[in-house]
Ligand binder design. Structure first.
Ligand SMILES: Cc1ncc(COP(=O)(O)O)c(C/N=C2\CONC2=O)c1O
Length: 418
């Protein structure tokens, strides 16, 4: 089945993922709660509405699955690397079509995912006493890239004006000036806020970093997942004369194939590229190569329809919150399929929000505490799911929060007998 009806892809289809070794269904106890598989909840695992880890409940596009089947039909799955020049042509064509950006073929390396690339690049760039600079709230693995290399992490908290996140450039520059800060891992577009950085913001980030002799790893994994009509600017595109910006991109987030563990790492600096080539484990999964190449060649129409479906999911969330949780702070993000919602006025105090929602609502979600710093009172919802699942998740969240607020009020209003 190709999950297509007429010429439309079916994003409403609910697909059973149980028994597929999916983190989404089987990894939440360990990842969210740092618990064993014995951890019990008042819900069966299959009763949870899962809105946590960033992969999708949509079938990977049939064109990509067809390419994987075609490679399987060659029947030998031996050691592989990207040798076929068509791969670079496919990547370069996508970058030109979508970002009007091009880079020399010799700059393109591949990795078994962006997280491993972050670990490796930070190791290759930094001396043991140097530091890693990030914006917070941040994707947790940016902190892990510093921790993994026993390097100090420096966080620059973003400014949050009623849910609109911007960079505190005074703070960012002050921290970039620290001569021991060597690399900035920059998220463009940003997870979890969903910001698409403006050209002006990108130029300021680049100038501050380059003027202070930082390297920049621009993690652009979310760059295809924009609201319809929005555009992305690769950071490196604005700084053609530097070779100190490494760009990490991948169709893995775009086309729901993170499990194939394959990404592009564009390294303009020759010396760093040679270190990468000498130390990076170069063999790759041949099915991942085939899938990634097919995504860049055949993915346009699926992506166009996906973006429209996500636009509608975000519009639904916006309307729902305005109606049922009007004190929550939420803005439809320019990028990502992740809703970042400040529920402070409703949230129970001094409890783990992920645990509260798992136990009370049967909803799996991540909260600000999982995004390094500066995320207090916020929850993050993965909206890359059929609308029926989204509706049930929001209904459960709202119910427990409103019940919670009612209980709080009742407790406060209980007359104290003197
Ligand atoms: C900014 C960013 N970089 C890298 C990755 C992972 O790259 P990979 O190793 O898969 O190539 C993610 C996935 N973000 C996730 C995954 O689950 N929850 C998230 O927020 C991400 O948001």
């Amino acid at each position: 089945n190709t999950n297509k009806i007429d010429n439309s892809y079916n994003f409403d289809e609910i697909i059973d993922r149980t028994g597929t070794n999916a983190m989404n269904t089987d990894g939440f106890r360990q990842y969210i709660f740092n618990a064993t598989s014995e951890m019990k909840f008042p819900f069966k695992d299959e009763e949870f509405i899962r809105m946590w880890i960033a992969d999708m409940e949509f079938a990977t596009p049939p064109e990509i699955l067809d390419a994987v089947r075609e490679r399987l039909d060659r029947r030998i799955m031996g050691y592989s690397q990207v040798f076929d020049p068509i791969y670079y042509e496919a990547v370069a064509s996508w970058m030109k079509r979508y970002y009007d950006w091009s880079f020399p073929k010799e700059h393109l390396e591949t990795s078994n995912g962006i997280i491993p690339a972050l670990y490796e690049l930070v190791e290759y760039i930094c001396q043991p006493d140097e530091k890693v600079l990030i914006l917070t709230p941040s994707y947790g693995f940016f902190k892990s890239a510093a921790d993994h290399n026993q390097l100090e992490l420096v966080c620059s908290d973003m400014l949050n004006e009623e849910g609109h996140y911007t960079i505190d450039f005074d703070d960012f520059e002050a921290k970039a000036r620290d001569e021991k800060v060597r690399v900035c891992i920059f998220c463009n577009p940003h997870n979890p806020s969903g910001r698409i950085w403006s050209t002006e913001e990108l130029k300021r980030v680049g100038e501050i970093c380059l003027n202070n002799e930082l390297w920049i790893i621009s993690d652009e994994i979310h760059c295809d997942l924009l609201r319809t009509g929005k555009t992305h600017t690769p950071l490196a595109k604005l700084f053609p004369d530097t070779d100190r910006i490494i760009t990490c991109m991948s169709p893995s987030k775009t086309f729901n194939m993170a499990g194939l563990m394959f990404s592009n790492v564009i390294i303009p600096n020759k010396a760093l590229r040679e270190i990468w080539q000498a130390r990076h484990y170069g063999f790759k999964n041949p099915l991942s190569i085939a899938a990634t190449q097919a995504a860049y060649v055949h993915g346009d129409e699926w992506l166009r329809q996906l973006k429209l479906y996500l636009d509608d999911n975000f519009a639904y969330v916006d309307d729902f919150l305005k109606t049922h949780l009007p004190l929550a702070v939420f803005h439809i993000p320019e990028a990502t399929y992740l809703a970042w919602i400040d529920i402070t006025p409703y949230a129970p105090k001094n409890v783990s929000l992920p645990l509260f929602f798992a136990e009370q609502a049967g909803v799996l979600l991540e909260d600000g505490g999982m995004f390094v710093a500066n995320g207090e009172g916020c929850i993050r919802l993965n909206l890359a799911c059929p609308r029926s699942i989204l509706k049930e998740g929001l209904s459960r969240i709202s119910r427990v929060l409103v019940d919670q607020k009612t209980e709080q009020k009742q407790v406060k209003e209980v007359p104290v007998h003197v």
